[in-house]
Design a protein around this ligand. Sequence first.
Ligand code: KIV
Length: 294
Amino acid sequence: MSREAAPAPPGSRAPPPITAPHSRPRIGAGPKIVMLAAYDHPAARILDAAGVDILLVGDSLGNNVLGYDSTLPVTMEEMLHHTRAVRRGTRHALLVADMPYMSFQTGRRDALRNAGRFLKEGGAAAVKVEGGRKRASLVRSLLDAEIPVMGHVGLTPQSVNVMGGYRVQGKRLDEARALVEDAVALEEAGVFAIVLEGVPEGVGRAVTEAVGVPTVGIGAGRFCDGQVLVFHDLVGLSEGPLPRFARRYADLDLAIASAARRFGDDVRAGAFPSESEVYTAPQPFGPKAGSGAR
Ligand code: KIV
């Protein structure tokens, strides 16, 4: 990633947008990469202004926003709809769109068309593709079409049925070696960064040391070049217990429930709206003295 590539508009003091150049320098020496999965305009606006480096419109949209019980049902149209919303709220962060299940597994033409739609119609600057070695050739094709690609290895949720559940990957030595080989193959194919999900910390470290592109971990330990969390986990909007790797930085669920209860109490008590919250007009439509209108 680079902050140099796109200059700020003349007269603007805003930092330039972050891009994913083909030179793929490792950021390791500098601050760690901060990435969040977000799905709508207000979240994007707030997170972008807070200095997040990468906003990912993840296919976790399915679990966190659309009420599906996995990422598998998420469609291209749903992803595009949310990518456009996030685009409109993003000025600085690198916007990455996640290729949903069956948008690329059905063949190169589909993959190119769908990835192209994310850049052309969604305003994304890059796409993310789940999978290791077996995606290397696809990554090359996407780069040939000028589409920067972020890899994703380890616990890849689109593979839930072949993994036998959402299990930490790479616990056995042969699996850990295979993961390192996956990451190296993706780097050789040209990805600009790799998401590393659900692996033991030692494997996260081994992969990070084996590749020259930045790794961004989620449940992959402390040695990755960056960390990614899902917005709904970060702010306390997700349902059920948090996974071990997630940290809750706010309790928006409690704040929202409290706001809704207080609004309900005020409406039922006739305390909302108050006089200062209504529009007025000259008589005969003005307020009647002492009306306590309902
Ligand atoms: O869909 C998603 O949110 C993701 C992140 C967990 C990396 O892929």
